[in-house]
Design a protein around this ligand. Structure first.
Ligand code: PLP
Length: 412
Protein backbone atom coordinates (compact mmCIF):
# COMPACT_ATOMS: atom_id res chain seq x y z
CA UNK A 1 0.00 0.00 0.00
CA UNK A 2 1.25 3.50 -0.83
CA UNK A 3 1.52 5.80 2.20
CA UNK A 4 -0.03 9.27 2.21
CA UNK A 5 1.09 12.49 3.89
CA UNK A 6 -0.59 13.47 7.16
CA UNK A 7 -0.77 17.22 6.85
CA UNK A 8 1.32 18.32 3.88
CA UNK A 9 -0.03 18.54 0.35
CA UNK A 10 1.89 19.29 -2.80
CA UNK A 11 0.89 22.95 -2.93
CA UNK A 12 1.90 23.69 0.66
CA UNK A 13 5.10 21.69 0.25
CA UNK A 14 6.01 23.73 -2.86
CA UNK A 15 5.43 26.96 -0.98
CA UNK A 16 7.65 25.76 1.87
CA UNK A 17 10.36 24.77 -0.60
CA UNK A 18 10.23 28.21 -2.22
CA UNK A 19 10.30 30.09 1.08
CA UNK A 20 12.70 27.93 3.12
CA UNK A 21 14.43 25.43 0.79
CA UNK A 22 15.02 21.75 1.47
CA UNK A 23 15.70 19.71 3.50
CA UNK A 24 13.34 21.25 6.02
CA UNK A 25 11.45 19.91 9.02
CA UNK A 26 7.81 20.91 8.89
CA UNK A 27 5.62 20.71 11.99
CA UNK A 28 1.87 21.01 12.39
CA UNK A 29 0.68 23.17 15.29
CA UNK A 30 -2.72 21.48 15.07
CA UNK A 31 -1.27 17.97 15.47
CA UNK A 32 1.05 19.05 18.29
CA UNK A 33 -1.89 20.48 20.20
CA UNK A 34 -4.11 17.48 19.53
CA UNK A 35 -1.47 15.08 20.88
CA UNK A 36 -0.97 17.22 24.00
CA UNK A 37 -4.72 17.36 24.66
CA UNK A 38 -4.91 13.58 24.40
CA UNK A 39 -2.18 13.05 26.99
CA UNK A 40 -3.65 15.70 29.29
CA UNK A 41 -6.90 13.71 29.20
CA UNK A 42 -5.25 10.68 30.81
CA UNK A 43 -7.48 9.65 33.71
CA UNK A 44 -5.61 9.89 37.04
CA UNK A 45 -7.56 9.67 40.30
CA UNK A 46 -5.23 11.84 42.41
CA UNK A 47 -3.83 14.34 39.92
CA UNK A 48 -1.68 14.27 36.81
CA UNK A 49 1.48 16.05 35.66
CA UNK A 50 2.46 15.61 32.03
CA UNK A 51 6.11 16.29 31.32
CA UNK A 52 7.27 16.65 27.74
CA UNK A 53 10.46 14.61 27.21
CA UNK A 54 12.25 17.40 25.38
CA UNK A 55 14.97 15.12 24.05
CA UNK A 56 12.42 14.13 21.39
CA UNK A 57 12.49 17.64 19.92
CA UNK A 58 14.08 20.46 21.83
CA UNK A 59 13.20 23.41 19.60
CA UNK A 60 12.02 26.36 21.68
CA UNK A 61 8.84 26.79 19.61
CA UNK A 62 7.77 23.27 20.63
CA UNK A 63 8.75 23.84 24.27
CA UNK A 64 6.82 27.10 24.48
CA UNK A 65 3.76 25.67 22.76
CA UNK A 66 3.52 22.81 25.26
CA UNK A 67 4.36 25.10 28.18
CA UNK A 68 1.42 27.26 27.17
CA UNK A 69 -0.81 24.17 27.40
CA UNK A 70 0.31 23.37 30.95
CA UNK A 71 2.88 20.67 30.25
CA UNK A 72 6.04 20.43 32.34
CA UNK A 73 9.47 19.30 31.13
CA UNK A 74 11.57 16.16 31.39
CA UNK A 75 15.18 17.18 30.70
CA UNK A 76 17.81 14.52 30.05
CA UNK A 77 20.96 16.56 30.60
CA UNK A 78 21.98 19.67 32.44
CA UNK A 79 22.20 21.37 29.06
CA UNK A 80 18.63 20.43 28.21
CA UNK A 81 17.44 21.89 31.51
CA UNK A 82 19.30 25.14 30.75
CA UNK A 83 17.99 25.15 27.21
CA UNK A 84 14.43 24.89 28.49
CA UNK A 85 15.05 27.77 30.89
CA UNK A 86 16.51 29.85 28.07
CA UNK A 87 13.28 29.18 26.16
CA UNK A 88 11.41 30.75 29.06
CA UNK A 89 10.27 27.63 30.93
CA UNK A 90 10.13 28.15 34.70
CA UNK A 91 12.82 26.06 36.44
CA UNK A 92 10.32 24.53 38.86
CA UNK A 93 8.51 22.92 35.93
CA UNK A 94 11.64 21.00 34.93
CA UNK A 95 12.67 17.59 36.23
CA UNK A 96 16.21 16.49 35.39
CA UNK A 97 16.78 12.79 34.67
CA UNK A 98 20.31 12.57 33.33
CA UNK A 99 22.75 9.78 32.59
CA UNK A 100 25.62 12.21 33.12
CA UNK A 101 25.74 14.13 36.36
CA UNK A 102 25.85 17.78 35.29
CA UNK A 103 28.80 19.82 36.51
CA UNK A 104 26.40 22.62 37.43
CA UNK A 105 23.86 20.48 39.33
CA UNK A 106 24.09 22.82 42.32
CA UNK A 107 23.17 25.88 40.25
CA UNK A 108 20.36 24.06 38.46
CA UNK A 109 18.75 22.80 41.66
CA UNK A 110 19.20 26.19 43.33
CA UNK A 111 17.40 27.72 40.35
CA UNK A 112 14.44 25.38 41.04
CA UNK A 113 15.04 22.31 38.81
CA UNK A 114 13.83 19.09 40.45
CA UNK A 115 16.41 16.30 40.44
CA UNK A 116 15.81 12.64 39.66
CA UNK A 117 18.81 10.50 40.68
CA UNK A 118 19.50 7.63 38.29
CA UNK A 119 22.25 5.77 40.18
CA UNK A 120 23.64 5.31 43.69
CA UNK A 121 26.50 7.62 42.76
CA UNK A 122 23.99 10.30 41.73
CA UNK A 123 22.10 9.97 45.06
CA UNK A 124 25.38 10.40 46.90
CA UNK A 125 26.37 13.44 44.82
CA UNK A 126 22.96 15.05 45.30
CA UNK A 127 22.94 14.20 49.03
CA UNK A 128 26.28 15.92 49.55
CA UNK A 129 25.00 19.09 47.85
CA UNK A 130 21.47 19.17 49.27
CA UNK A 131 21.13 17.11 52.44
CA UNK A 132 17.69 17.01 54.02
CA UNK A 133 15.80 17.88 50.81
CA UNK A 134 13.25 16.15 48.59
CA UNK A 135 14.10 14.63 45.25
CA UNK A 136 13.24 11.73 42.98
CA UNK A 137 14.82 8.35 42.32
CA UNK A 138 14.74 6.42 39.08
CA UNK A 139 14.41 2.68 39.61
CA UNK A 140 14.81 -0.15 37.12
CA UNK A 141 11.89 -2.38 38.10
CA UNK A 142 13.45 -5.50 36.62
CA UNK A 143 11.65 -5.61 33.32
CA UNK A 144 11.93 -3.42 30.28
CA UNK A 145 10.10 -2.99 27.08
CA UNK A 146 10.64 -1.09 23.86
CA UNK A 147 9.79 -1.08 20.19
CA UNK A 148 13.37 -2.21 19.54
CA UNK A 149 16.14 -3.76 21.66
CA UNK A 150 17.98 -0.43 21.49
CA UNK A 151 15.01 1.46 22.92
CA UNK A 152 14.34 -0.79 25.91
CA UNK A 153 15.88 0.95 28.91
CA UNK A 154 15.01 -1.31 31.80
CA UNK A 155 15.40 -4.97 32.72
CA UNK A 156 18.59 -6.85 33.45
CA UNK A 157 20.40 -5.77 30.29
CA UNK A 158 19.87 -2.03 30.72
CA UNK A 159 22.34 0.17 32.57
CA UNK A 160 19.79 2.91 33.21
CA UNK A 161 18.42 3.66 36.70
CA UNK A 162 18.97 1.97 40.06
CA UNK A 163 18.51 -1.78 39.77
CA UNK A 164 15.61 -2.73 42.07
CA UNK A 165 17.77 -5.11 44.10
CA UNK A 166 19.89 -2.14 45.16
CA UNK A 167 17.00 -0.30 46.80
CA UNK A 168 18.41 -1.14 50.29
CA UNK A 169 21.68 0.58 49.35
CA UNK A 170 19.70 3.55 48.04
CA UNK A 171 17.83 3.70 51.33
CA UNK A 172 21.09 3.75 53.28
CA UNK A 173 22.12 6.81 51.29
CA UNK A 174 18.75 8.46 51.92
CA UNK A 175 19.32 8.00 55.64
CA UNK A 176 22.91 9.15 55.49
CA UNK A 177 21.91 12.48 53.91
CA UNK A 178 18.41 12.84 55.39
CA UNK A 179 16.91 12.82 51.90
CA UNK A 180 13.22 12.32 51.15
CA UNK A 181 11.96 10.63 48.00
CA UNK A 182 9.00 12.60 46.69
CA UNK A 183 8.79 10.85 43.33
CA UNK A 184 9.43 7.25 42.39
CA UNK A 185 10.38 7.33 38.74
CA UNK A 186 10.51 4.59 36.13
CA UNK A 187 10.88 4.60 32.38
CA UNK A 188 11.04 1.20 30.78
CA UNK A 189 11.49 1.92 27.09
CA UNK A 190 10.36 3.70 23.96
CA UNK A 191 7.96 2.59 21.28
CA UNK A 192 6.58 0.03 23.69
CA UNK A 193 3.63 -2.04 22.61
CA UNK A 194 0.66 -0.50 24.48
CA UNK A 195 -0.31 -3.84 26.09
CA UNK A 196 3.26 -4.37 27.31
CA UNK A 197 3.35 -0.85 28.69
CA UNK A 198 0.29 -1.56 30.83
CA UNK A 199 1.79 -4.80 32.13
CA UNK A 200 4.92 -2.99 33.28
CA UNK A 201 2.91 -0.27 35.07
CA UNK A 202 1.98 -2.59 37.92
CA UNK A 203 5.49 -3.59 39.07
CA UNK A 204 6.48 0.08 38.72
CA UNK A 205 3.68 1.15 41.07
CA UNK A 206 4.68 -1.62 43.52
CA UNK A 207 8.01 0.21 44.02
CA UNK A 208 6.10 2.82 46.03
CA UNK A 209 6.01 0.34 48.92
CA UNK A 210 9.76 0.83 49.40
CA UNK A 211 9.44 4.61 49.66
CA UNK A 212 6.70 5.38 52.19
CA UNK A 213 7.10 9.16 51.93
CA UNK A 214 6.70 9.28 48.15
CA UNK A 215 3.61 11.11 46.93
CA UNK A 216 4.24 10.83 43.21
CA UNK A 217 4.80 8.07 40.71
CA UNK A 218 6.28 8.76 37.30
CA UNK A 219 5.73 6.07 34.73
CA UNK A 220 8.04 7.76 32.23
CA UNK A 221 7.29 7.84 28.53
CA UNK A 222 7.34 5.17 25.87
CA UNK A 223 3.84 5.53 24.44
CA UNK A 224 3.94 4.14 20.97
CA UNK A 225 2.74 5.84 17.83
CA UNK A 226 2.01 3.75 14.76
CA UNK A 227 3.86 5.54 12.00
CA UNK A 228 3.29 2.84 9.38
CA UNK A 229 -0.07 1.46 8.30
CA UNK A 230 -1.01 -1.42 10.63
CA UNK A 231 1.19 -0.31 13.56
CA UNK A 232 -0.57 0.19 16.89
CA UNK A 233 -0.81 3.59 18.59
CA UNK A 234 -1.12 3.88 22.37
CA UNK A 235 -4.71 4.43 23.50
CA UNK A 236 -4.52 6.86 26.43
CA UNK A 237 -8.00 6.11 27.67
CA UNK A 238 -7.26 2.36 27.85
CA UNK A 239 -3.85 2.95 29.46
CA UNK A 240 -5.39 5.45 31.85
CA UNK A 241 -8.12 3.05 32.90
CA UNK A 242 -5.52 0.43 33.84
CA UNK A 243 -3.22 2.86 35.65
CA UNK A 244 -6.17 4.45 37.41
CA UNK A 245 -7.18 1.06 38.78
CA UNK A 246 -3.62 0.36 39.96
CA UNK A 247 -3.52 3.70 41.84
CA UNK A 248 -6.99 3.21 43.33
CA UNK A 249 -6.04 -0.28 44.55
CA UNK A 250 -2.84 1.12 46.01
CA UNK A 251 -4.79 3.87 47.81
CA UNK A 252 -7.20 1.34 49.23
CA UNK A 253 -4.38 -0.88 50.46
CA UNK A 254 -2.12 1.85 51.88
CA UNK A 255 -4.23 5.00 52.26
CA UNK A 256 -1.76 6.87 50.03
CA UNK A 257 -3.18 8.96 47.19
CA UNK A 258 -0.48 9.04 44.56
CA UNK A 259 -0.14 11.84 42.02
CA UNK A 260 0.67 10.42 38.58
CA UNK A 261 3.34 11.73 36.23
CA UNK A 262 4.01 10.66 32.65
CA UNK A 263 6.69 12.02 30.33
CA UNK A 264 6.05 11.21 26.70
CA UNK A 265 8.32 12.44 23.97
CA UNK A 266 7.41 10.46 20.88
CA UNK A 267 3.67 10.53 21.42
CA UNK A 268 3.57 14.32 21.65
CA UNK A 269 5.59 15.19 18.57
CA UNK A 270 6.29 12.23 16.26
CA UNK A 271 3.27 12.46 13.98
CA UNK A 272 3.25 16.26 13.97
CA UNK A 273 6.56 16.46 12.08
CA UNK A 274 7.51 15.76 8.47
CA UNK A 275 10.93 15.99 6.90
CA UNK A 276 10.53 17.58 3.49
CA UNK A 277 13.26 16.69 1.01
CA UNK A 278 13.89 16.84 -2.73
CA UNK A 279 14.71 14.02 -5.12
CA UNK A 280 18.25 14.92 -6.21
CA UNK A 281 19.12 11.81 -8.21
CA UNK A 282 17.68 8.54 -9.49
CA UNK A 283 20.02 5.62 -10.18
CA UNK A 284 19.63 1.91 -10.75
CA UNK A 285 21.41 -1.41 -10.83
CA UNK A 286 20.22 -4.64 -12.43
CA UNK A 287 17.90 -5.32 -9.49
CA UNK A 288 17.27 -2.02 -7.68
CA UNK A 289 16.05 1.50 -8.36
CA UNK A 290 17.48 4.08 -5.97
CA UNK A 291 15.76 7.29 -5.10
CA UNK A 292 18.33 9.71 -3.72
CA UNK A 293 17.13 12.63 -1.66
CA UNK A 294 18.82 15.78 -0.37
CA UNK A 295 18.44 14.65 3.26
CA UNK A 296 19.54 11.53 5.11
CA UNK A 297 21.18 10.48 8.36
CA UNK A 298 22.11 14.14 8.82
CA UNK A 299 18.39 14.84 9.39
CA UNK A 300 16.88 11.47 10.24
CA UNK A 301 19.06 8.83 11.86
CA UNK A 302 16.37 6.49 13.16
CA UNK A 303 16.22 4.22 10.08
CA UNK A 304 20.01 3.72 10.16
CA UNK A 305 20.12 3.35 13.94
CA UNK A 306 17.03 1.26 14.66
CA UNK A 307 15.84 0.12 11.24
CA UNK A 308 12.91 2.39 12.08
CA UNK A 309 10.23 2.59 9.42
CA UNK A 310 8.94 5.99 8.33
CA UNK A 311 6.32 6.49 5.63
CA UNK A 312 7.88 8.15 2.58
CA UNK A 313 5.54 9.95 0.21
CA UNK A 314 6.46 11.34 -3.20
CA UNK A 315 4.44 14.54 -3.50
CA UNK A 316 3.51 14.47 -7.19
CA UNK A 317 0.39 13.56 -9.17
CA UNK A 318 1.84 10.49 -10.84
CA UNK A 319 -0.59 7.61 -11.27
CA UNK A 320 2.32 5.24 -11.93
CA UNK A 321 4.16 3.44 -9.15
CA UNK A 322 7.69 2.14 -8.75
CA UNK A 323 9.64 0.22 -6.11
CA UNK A 324 12.51 2.28 -4.72
CA UNK A 325 15.30 1.93 -2.23
CA UNK A 326 15.43 5.41 -0.72
CA UNK A 327 18.90 6.60 0.25
CA UNK A 328 20.23 9.74 1.88
CA UNK A 329 22.85 12.20 0.63
CA UNK A 330 25.78 10.99 2.77
CA UNK A 331 28.74 9.01 1.47
CA UNK A 332 27.76 6.12 3.70
CA UNK A 333 26.04 2.89 2.72
CA UNK A 334 24.25 2.96 6.07
CA UNK A 335 22.48 6.17 5.04
CA UNK A 336 19.39 4.26 4.09
CA UNK A 337 15.79 5.36 4.60
CA UNK A 338 14.13 2.10 3.63
CA UNK A 339 15.96 -0.52 5.73
CA UNK A 340 14.52 -3.99 6.00
CA UNK A 341 12.78 -3.93 9.39
CA UNK A 342 13.70 -7.56 10.06
CA UNK A 343 17.21 -7.95 8.64
CA UNK A 344 20.29 -6.05 9.79
CA UNK A 345 22.15 -4.07 7.11
CA UNK A 346 19.71 -4.89 4.37
CA UNK A 347 17.56 -2.53 2.32
CA UNK A 348 13.95 -3.17 1.42
CA UNK A 349 12.54 -1.58 -1.75
CA UNK A 350 9.27 0.25 -1.18
CA UNK A 351 6.36 0.86 -3.51
CA UNK A 352 5.84 4.56 -4.11
CA UNK A 353 4.53 6.98 -6.72
CA UNK A 354 6.94 7.14 -9.66
CA UNK A 355 9.34 9.98 -8.96
CA UNK A 356 11.11 12.50 -11.18
CA UNK A 357 14.19 14.56 -10.43
CA UNK A 358 13.24 17.57 -8.31
CA UNK A 359 10.04 16.04 -6.88
CA UNK A 360 9.38 16.71 -3.25
CA UNK A 361 9.33 13.82 -0.81
CA UNK A 362 7.66 13.84 2.63
CA UNK A 363 9.19 11.61 5.28
CA UNK A 364 6.43 11.24 7.78
CA UNK A 365 6.44 10.62 11.52
CA UNK A 366 9.62 12.70 11.77
CA UNK A 367 8.69 15.01 14.66
CA UNK A 368 10.46 12.99 17.37
CA UNK A 369 14.13 12.04 17.62
CA UNK A 370 14.93 13.39 14.16
CA UNK A 371 15.96 17.06 14.33
CA UNK A 372 17.26 16.38 17.87
CA UNK A 373 19.04 13.09 17.17
CA UNK A 374 20.64 13.15 13.74
CA UNK A 375 24.26 12.93 12.53
CA UNK A 376 24.24 16.71 12.14
CA UNK A 377 27.02 18.17 9.93
CA UNK A 378 28.34 14.83 8.70
CA UNK A 379 29.79 15.39 5.22
CA UNK A 380 29.50 19.08 6.21
CA UNK A 381 25.85 19.31 5.28
CA UNK A 382 24.38 22.27 7.17
CA UNK A 383 21.77 21.68 9.85
CA UNK A 384 18.31 21.81 8.25
CA UNK A 385 15.73 24.53 8.76
CA UNK A 386 12.46 24.04 10.65
CA UNK A 387 9.03 25.55 9.97
CA UNK A 388 5.73 25.47 11.84
CA UNK A 389 2.44 25.32 9.96
CA UNK A 390 0.25 27.34 12.29
CA UNK A 391 -3.38 26.53 12.92
CA UNK A 392 -4.40 29.52 10.77
CA UNK A 393 -2.34 28.12 7.86
CA UNK A 394 0.50 30.65 8.08
CA UNK A 395 4.13 29.53 8.23
CA UNK A 396 6.47 30.37 11.10
CA UNK A 397 10.23 29.84 10.95
CA UNK A 398 11.40 27.68 13.88
CA UNK A 399 15.05 27.35 12.95
CA UNK A 400 17.09 28.99 10.23
CA UNK A 401 19.20 26.74 8.02
CA UNK A 402 22.75 26.67 9.35
CA UNK A 403 25.41 28.39 7.26
CA UNK A 404 28.83 26.92 6.50
CA UNK A 405 30.41 29.72 8.54
CA UNK A 406 28.28 28.79 11.57
CA UNK A 407 29.34 25.18 11.15
CA UNK A 408 33.04 26.03 11.38
CA UNK A 409 32.73 29.01 13.74
CA UNK A 410 34.23 27.21 16.76
CA UNK A 411 37.19 25.70 14.94
CA UNK A 412 40.44 27.05 16.33
C1 PLP B 1 13.61 9.12 31.22
C2 PLP B 1 12.84 9.20 29.95
N1 PLP B 1 11.57 9.67 29.97
C3 PLP B 1 10.85 9.79 28.84
C4 PLP B 1 11.35 9.43 27.61
C5 PLP B 1 10.49 9.59 26.40
O1 PLP B 1 10.25 8.39 25.75
P1 PLP B 1 9.29 8.35 24.50
O2 PLP B 1 9.79 9.31 23.51
O3 PLP B 1 9.35 6.95 24.03
O4 PLP B 1 7.92 8.71 24.99
C6 PLP B 1 12.66 8.92 27.53
C7 PLP B 1 13.22 8.50 26.25
O5 PLP B 1 14.25 7.97 26.10
C8 PLP B 1 13.42 8.81 28.74
O6 PLP B 1 14.66 8.35 28.72
Amino acid sequence: MIETARFLNRELAEKIRQDFGTPVYVYSEKLLREAAREVLGLPAPFGLTVRYAMKANSNRTVLKLFDGMGLHIDASSGYEAERAMKAGIAADKIMLTAQELPGNLKELVEAGVFYNACSLHQIEAYGKLFPGTEFSVRINPGMGSGGHAKTSVAGEEAGFAIWHEFIPQAQELLQKYGLKVRTVHTHVGSGTDPDEWQKVAEPCAALLDYFPEATRLSLGGGFKVGRMVGEKTADFQAIGARVQQILLDFAERTGRQIHLEVEPGTFLVAQAGTLLARVQDLTQTSSRRFLKIDAGMTEILRPALYRAQHPIVVLNDSAQTEEYVVVGHCCESGDLLTPDPEVLDKEKPRLMAKAELGDLVAIEGAGAYCSSMAAINYNSFPQAAGVLVKEDGSLQLMRRRQTLDQMIANEA
